[in-house]
Design a protein around this ligand. Structure first.
Ligand code: TYM
Length: 336
């Protein structure tokens, strides 16, 4: 049974609406969110301000944003239980992001892997990529969550957020709760199907290593069947020596909600072909369910209503928190 308000711990997380939603996002983030919604008070948002750190075609951004919110719901998030909102609808995020950006050092921001990876590519990068964690810190600290469920790649950002919260609290007195990153043991880092030593990402140049949730289902099944594995033919979980099959085992385990050990037992002595066929079927069924629901949600004005309601709820908390911060740091001068 769902516990009531005061007794529930709070969770917050977000996803950027850049590119199409991948199986990595689904397994590492969206599916865990759905599993937490009865246990926690949840705030889930679309990080559309963060998406501006890389140029987005306006029409694509609009489409990807609507797709993402519809996918959250299609995957099972219930807007009656979870507060779903757009980051840009709550103006306080950007303002708190500015204050927190003034409290983080250039050294700390330079150590962020996401920034370092982008820099290593030697392309021209905007200042937004560098300053990105400050806005993320604001997204999180604004709502005093106990936990921030994220994939492995975002853990470093949440750890920086903890440092900044502690810094603020010790400089200005207790203001923010120190959040904990929550990375699922299985599925926290889904790998590229063609190169299982690399994270599955939205920008998959060849196109065969990443599964997109809204893609043609037959194409996605094919990608599973042609995923790179190894030649020893034994279905066993060993991410270091058998990254391909281990990645598929993680995907399978999350999709059917069974342990990896259990799946290993079931497929003991069976070949990769049979395993991949079964996984392709399971994935196909899950995608079909999500896509059917997605199309229902996309027609009509349901999404707009959900976002409006979510923004109203989020704004109440955000306004209060920002006012508190501004009083503490000396920005507010009015007595009343
Ligand atoms: P983003 O949009 O890159 O990714 C959204 C979520 O999906 C997870 N993820 C993965 N998990 C497993 N395997 C993968 N291959 C994989 N790829 C992505 C990510 O870890 C993430 O949890 N900065 C964030 C968005 C953000 C945010 C926040 C998150 C902005 N503010 C506040 C939490 C709290 C991002 O770019 O996620």
């Amino acid at each position: 049974m769902r516990k009531e308000g005061l007794y529930m711990k709070r969770m917050l997380s977000g996803i950027k609406p850049t590119g199409r939603v991948t199986l990595g996002n689904y397994i590492g983030a969206i599916k865990p969110f759905v599993s937490y919604q009865d246990e926690y008070e949840m705030y889930i948002f679309i990080a559309n301000l963060h998406s501006m750190t890389i140029y987005q075609k306006p029409a694509d951004l609009r489409q990807n944003t609507r797709d993402l919110i519809a996918l959250y719901i299609a995957a099972g998030l219930d807007p009656e239980k979870v507060t779903l909102f757009l980051q840009s609808d709550v103006l306080e995020h950007a303002q708190l992001g500015w204050y927190l950006g003034c409290m983080v050092s250039m050294g700390e921001l330079s150590r962020m892997t996401q920034y370092k990876d982008k820099k290593a590519k030697n392309e021209v990068i905007g200042a937004g990529i560098f300053n990105y964690p400050s806005l993320m810190n604001a997204d999180i600290l604004m709502y005093d969550p106990d936990y921030v469920p994220v994939g492995e790649d975002q853990k470093q950002h949440v750890e920086l957020c903890r440092d900044i919260a502690e810094r603020f609290n010790s400089r200005y007195s207790e203001t923010f709760k120190i959040p904990e990153p929550l990375v699922t043991k299985v599925g926290g880092r889904i790998m590229d199907l063609q190169n299982p030593t690399k994270k599955m990402s939205k920008s998959d140049e060849i196109g065969k290593g990443t599964i997109y949730i809204l893609d043609d289902i037959q194409v996605s099944k094919k990608k599973i069947k042609s995923a790179v594995t190894d030649s020893d033919g034994h279905i066993h979980y060993d991410p270091e020596n058998k990254p391909g099959i281990s990645n598929l085992l993680e995907i399978y385990s999350i999709l059917v909600n069974r342990s990896i050990a259990d799946l290993e037992k079931q497929y003991d002595g069976k070949g990769y072909g049979e395993f991949k066929n079964d996984l392709a079927e399971v994935l196909g069924e899950e995608l079909e369910k999500i896509q059917t629901r997605y199309h229902e949600i996309m027609s009509g004005s349901y999404l707009d209503d959900v976002l409006e309601k979510g923004a109203q709820k989020a704004r109440i908390i955000a306004r209060k928190k920002l006012a508190k911060v501004e009083r503490k740091i000396g920005i507010t001068i009015r007595k009343r």
